[in-house]
Every structure is written in structure tokens, then in C-alpha cells.
Design a protein around this ligand. Structure first.
Ligand code: NI
Ligand code: MN
Length: 227
């Protein structure tokens, strides 16, 4: 079992293999996440799926305070290294074993530019596993047939985080199809209701997953669950 805390939008703090993994920190810019204090977060690694502001906003401050290592694509890690932070660069199709487990950087269909206009490499997602648990963090992405490679190349997924807010990413209907492509029954939804263009009817999303005999978890901001 893995402890997962939702910190709003696409940001999650995950306890995994004895390490604290933070994904896509966008907290101080999220009016719905005012109760989260970024200075109180304990973090060992910061994963960044792509360079957009709503995924990187608080990464620099948290990395500076905690010394957390940034895991992302080569271009994004280089951008942070130039600021004096430490990182581990990856690129699509590659995997690497860290002290907490193995990470594979996988495809996402989206775009990626850093807040100052620097090229942010190609956007991606992460599959993370160790002997007891395996999960997929999709990042911002459309539904893509590449997702079918995940069950072929990685251990069986215990759970996955998929965007469901539509407009900038796939919507709830495609997320149901993605759950089928990745062969995973326990889905956590993200990237919805933060801004007007991605407002969705939450009950409709949960019903859609139920009809496919899958569970869509939508934790409140700050809440934790174990999967
Ligand atoms: Ni994005
Ligand atoms: Mn986004």
C-alpha cells in the first residue's frame, strides 16, 4: 500500500520506498489549496511532468528549502541545474532505479514550455515501481495508444493518476478508455475544477468509471488515501 496525499490540481505527495515524492507542485498559485503550507512539506524528490506553470510553480522554492532532487526530462532538469538545484534528467522510454524504486519516463501528448519561455522538452508521464507497488502518473496528456505499452513494459499497475478535466487534457470519457489501455482499476482523477475551462460534473465522472467496474478516487485537497 502506498500513502498518497492530494495537494490540488495535479500535485501529489506520495510516500514510496521510504522516500517522499512530490509531483507537479502548483500550490501557492491555486486559490483552492490555500490551506497547504509549502514550507511545511517534507520532500525528497520532485517529479515534474512538463514545464507549464500549473506544474512547476513551487518546485524551485521547495527544492531550495528541502534539497529535494528534481526528476524530469533533460531540458527541465537543465533549467533547474542552472539555478543551482540538483536533478536527475531522463527522457522518453528510459528507466532508472533510485533508492526508492524504479522510474520510467513515458509519453504524454501535450506541450511543454517553462515559465520564462525556455523550451521545456517533450512532456511526459512517470511509471514508478518497487517490489510492493506500481503506479502511473500520466501528467497532462491526451488519450494515446502509447498507454497500451505501459502494461507490456512495466509491472502491473496498482493505481494511476489521470487528468479528467478536458480542454487542456483528455476528458473523463477518454480517461475511462485510458484506464482500460493501462489495465488499471484504481484511478485517481486530477487536473479538473481548478480553472473555469476545466470545470466538470464530478458525479458524472464517477458514474462513468463505475459503469466500467473501475473506481475513480477524487480526494479533497489535503486529504490522503492508501492504494
Ligand atoms: Ni500543461
Ligand atoms: Mn496543466
Amino acid at each position: 500500500m502506498t500513502q498518497i496525499q492530494f495537494l490540488g490540481h495535479a500535485c501529489f505527495l506520495i510516500e514510496f520506498g521510504g522516500a517522499k515524492l512530490l509531483f507537479d507542485p502548483f500550490i501557492t498559485g491555486n486559490s483552492m489549496a490555500k490551506q497547504i503550507d509549502i514550507d511545511a512539506l517534507e520532500v525528497d524528490y520532485i517529479f515534474i511532468t512538463h514545464g507549464h506553470q500549473d506544474h512547476v510553480l513551487d518546485a524551485e522554492a521547495i527544492a531550495k528549502r528541502t534539497g529535494a532532487k528534481i526528476i524530469s526530462n533533460y531540458e527541465i532538469v537543465s533549467w533547474y541545474e542552472a539555478k543551482g538545484l540538483s536533478g536527475h534528467p531522463m527522457n522518453h522510454g528510459g528507466k532508472y532505479t533510485f533508492d526508492f524504486g524504479t522510474v520510467k519516463y513515458v509519453s504524454a501528448i501535450h506541450s511543454s514550455v517553462l515559465p520564462d519561455g525556455t523550451y521545456g522538452g517533450n512532456p511526459g508521464g512517470f511509471v514508478v515501481w518497487n517490489d510492493s507497488n506500481c503506479f502511473y502518473m500520466a501528467g497532462d496528456t491526451a488519450l494515446t495508444y502509447d498507454m497500451k505499452l505501459i502494461p507490456a513494459l512495466c509491472p502491473k499497475l496498482d493505481w494511476a493518476v489521470l487528468p479528467i478535466g478536458d480542454n487542456f487534457t483528455m476528458g473523463m470519457e477518454e480517461a475511462v478508455m485510458a484506464a482500460d489501455f493501462i489495465q488499471c482499476n484504481q484511478i485517481i482523477g486530477c487536473h479538473y475544477n481548478t480553472f473555469p475551462p476545466i470545470e466538470i460534473e464530478v458525479s458524472k465522472a464517477q458514474q462513468l468509471f463505475e459503469t466500467q467496474k473501475r473506481t475513480l478516487h477524487l480526494p479533497k485537497i489535503g486529504a490522503s488515501l492508501s492504494l
